[in-house]
Design a protein around this ligand. Structure first.
Ligand code: BTN
Length: 244
């Protein structure tokens, strides 16, 4: 089921309220909004977009799996967005774990939240589509489909395509309960694959070579002849030349 709204605080928050009100569908529920007046980014940041300039939507899932495994689905959503953009001849990469980038700039961000009481997971996604420009403080790291291609995006078709790919990817994911089937495609898209990265670990920053991901979506980084599997919740990773 898909719910289209003109305005909402945040599509993630809307779905949380739906669940609190007793919504308990086993199928994917999708909510999209023309405008979010209190859009949320990762790490408590705001996610602000002008009405109609970005595709902002969230999906509600109740996967038959441990909620602690659900963070892997964030990577699956990134792959779905990438496939949908590729269908429009827009080639993108993924900055681990789930930013979509093009020419070194972010075109899509994903915020995943779990509802422990009911076993639901909400994956919220903001795709920069029709922005003509970005404020100065964002313009060196954000871009849109319009800026990159000179083409406007029809939000309904892009959303339909993302959900089509998401459902196929989730089927593949559920066969093993991890990313084994999807790892190769993810690594083909991984912007930092085989390059030097800086791991911003709160316990100490270090540099290493990115070797890809493991089956659980953790980033494998080789440093000091050891391979560390980095978990996305704790740290972020930068390339040595800036945002990507
Ligand atoms: C990030 O910081 O990169 C994540 C951004 C996630 C934004 C999307 S827009 C739809 C959904 N609703 C929200 O409030 N946030 C997510």
């Amino acid at each position: 089921m898909t719910i289209n709204l003109d305005e909402v605080d945040s599509t993630n928050e809307y779905l949380k309220r739906l669940v609190a009100d007793g919504w308990n569908s086993e199928d994917i529920t999708v909510v999209s909004a023309q405008y979010q007046n209190a859009g949320k980014g990762r790490r408590g940041r705001q996610w602000l977009t002008e009405p109609g300039t970005a595709l902002t939507f969230s999906v509600l899932l109740k996967p038959r799996m441990d909620l602690s495994d659900c963070s892997m689905l964030t990577l699956v959503m990134a792959m779905a967005v990438r496939r949908a953009l590729a269908d429009m001849d827009i080639e993108t990469s993924i900055k681990w774990p789930n930013d979509i980038v093009i020419n070194g700039k972010k075109i899509c961000g994903i915020l995943t939240e779990a509802i422990a009481e009911t076993g639901h997971i909400i994956i919220g996604c903001g795709v920069n589509t029709n922005q003509e420009s970005f404020p100065e403080d964002l313009s060196d790291r954000s871009t849109s489909v319009l800026i990159e291609t000179d083409d406007c995006v029809d939000h309904d078709s892009l959303l339909e395509s993302i959900i089509y790919h998401l459902e196929k990817l989730i089927d593949s994911f559920m066969e093993t309960g991890d990313l084994s089937n999807l790892k190769e495609e993810y690594e083909e898209a991984l912007v930092s694959m085989d390059t030097e990265v800086t791991v911003l670990d709160p316990e100490g920053e270090y540099k290493g070579i990115c070797l890809g991901i493991d089956e659980r979506g953790q980033l494998k980084v080789k440093h000091d002849e050891e391979v560390t599997c980095v978990y996305a919740g704790e740290v972020s990773v930068r390339g040595i030349y800036g945002y990507v």
